[in-house]
Design a protein around this ligand. Structure first.
Ligand code: ZN
Length: 489
């Protein structure tokens, strides 16, 4: 999109006058990190990066941008994986300085935080108050809670505690014209009309700028048991999951999945990683049981379930991580998987969900289809099995040129997403739509739903200045969805 230079210059002048020069960055070196994203797929451009200190300054920025008709792209930690934070003109609005914990209410079991708080800081503040804030994901040391809200983040504790949407009770939001909606209520019950907060959670900055939130806290787990389990197939892993959920109920906090290939590349590349079981298996499950009782006999209950499953052949082998150090080592295997794929060359990624009942069938069907399309492709299907959310990634065949492999991206998208769609699934489980899946979404989402999304967008942002071109496209100016020069995805 083109920005009229005079309008842009006047805007920068007004913003600088109110916020101060230190809060309005325009030098190339200062704004560089805000123009790209974690995977190196996109590179945008911006007039300035604006760094307000509080909600009222955010409101001022929005008022001025609305008056000038200039786009605003919000950023938190800029750790997103779908290009949602890349600016194509206009200003980047960094929420990083809105980083106060406003209140902890232990009796209400809530915490009120500003959008720029690091996820880790929210976890630590909850911990200091004797509670757990359960959202947990790989980038928790650098992602910010506003981004977690804007993308409805998931992660490894969704099975027990839900995703960001389910952890949110109230929001404060600055609208496209600079008005402030105060919805900071910590209520479990509030039937006073439309659920506005859920419009903004997961809207990826396209409907409003979240500046603060009231989040739910949970009792701290005081007992914990981790186990790493080898199974002969994804179907056996699914049977085990069903059995564990029945027997362990709410104690089952995580059920993560890794394939043979995934564990092997972790052991190859991750320093200090130790093979957890003596043999190799087609499928692995990392499970965790927790209890808010101090001396809960998790080992006793898990031992009984696993003993039966071993006898029936559902489980081939298992190891328990009974100490904190053992548990950490087992989790480390799962957590390093995202990172080590890079070291195996080009990777074509899908973040999809199907009903949990079909997750094993999905892994097998999609793996066969991709292997039929490219016999030496290496499928790395892993993730949040207990949520039906699989990161269905494909590593390039050994010896193939990376660009030649990445050129097949759209072809593999079609294969995998068609299978997901046939299983009544979703083409984005937890990463969002951003830029990379915007046009893909039109192929799979109900057309009436797309129309409703466009109507909401125009109602809340009639000038289309809030993160334009992301999630839904309005008008002709939307940037291309697929990166012109694909780097390492
Ligand atoms: Zn994930």
């Amino acid at each position: 999109m083109t920005i009229h230079t005079a309008a842009g210059a006047a805007l920068i002048e007004n913003l600088t006058a109110r916020l101060g020069a230190a809060s309005v960055l325009t030098e190339a070196g200062d704004i560089e990190n805000h123009l790209t994203e974690a995977r190196g797929l996109y590179r945008g451009e911006a007039l300035a990066v604006v760094r307000p200190r509080d909600r009222d300054e955010v409101a001022f920025v929005l008022q001025e941008c609305a008056r000038a008709g200039i786009p605003v792209v919000p950023q938190g930690g800029n750790t997103g994986l779908v290009g949602g934070g890349v600016p194509y003109g206009g200003v980047v609005l960094s929420l990083a300085r809105l980083d106060r914990i406003r209140e902890v209410d232990p009796v209400n079991a809530t915490i009120t935080v500003e959008a720029g708080c690091l996820l880790k800081s929210v976890q630590d503040a909850a911990d200091a108050a004797g509670y757990l804030f359960p959202l947990s994901l790989a980038s928790e040391g650098s992602c910010r809670i506003g981004g977690n809200l804007a993308t409805n983040a998931g992660g490894t504790a969704v099975l027990r505690y839900g995703n960001m949407r389910e952890l949110t009770l109230g929001l404060e939001v600055v609208l496209a014209d600079g008005r402030i909606w105060n919805g900071l209520k910590g209520l479990r019950k509030d039937n006073t009309g439309y659920d506005l907060k859920n419009l903004f959670v997961g809207s990826e900055g396209t409907l409003g700028i979240i500046t603060a939130a009231v989040l739910k806290l949970s009792p701290k787990p005081l007992s914990r048991l981790t186990a790493f389990i080898g199974c002969a197939s994804p179907h056996d892993a699914l049977n085990l999951f069903e059995r564990l959920r029945q027997a362990a109920g709410d104690q089952l906090t995580a059920f993560e999945y890794m394939p043979h290939f995934g564990l092997e590349i972790v052991l190859r590349h991750s320093s200090g990683a130790v093979r957890p079981l003596s043999g190799t298996h087609a499928s692995y499950a990392l499970i965790e049981l927790t209890s808010s009782q101090k001396d809960a006999d998790l080992q006793g209950s898990l031992g009984t379930i696993l003993g039966e499953a071993l006898e029936e052949g559902l489980v081939e082998d298992a190891v328990l991580g009974t100490s904190e150090a053992q548990s950490k080592a087992l989790w480390g295997l799962r957590e390093s998987l995202s990172e080590v794929q890079r070291l195996e060359g080009g990777s074509i990624k899908h973040d999809v969900a199907v009903p949990v009942s079909r997750v094993a069938e999905f892994i097998e069907t999609a793996s066969r289809a991709c292997e039929a399309a490219m016999p030496d492709v290496r499928v790395c299907a892993f993730g949040h099995f207990g949520d039906g959310n699989i990161h269905f990634n494909l590593s390039q065949p050994v010896g193939m040129e990376k660009p030649a492999f990445l050129a097949q991206w759209e072809r593999f998208n079609r294969i995998v997403h068609d299978i997901v769609h046939d299983m009544n699934g979703s083409i984005s489980a937890e990463h969002g739509i951003g830029l990379i899946k915007r046009d893909e979404l039109k192929l799979y989402k109900d057309p009436v739903a797309i129309e409703l999304m466009q109507s909401l967008k125009l109602a809340l942002d009639p000038q289309n200045i809030l993160n334009p071109g992301k999630v839904v496209s309005i008008g002709e100016n939307a940037p291309a969805t697929f990166p012109a020069t694909a780097g390492q995805p």
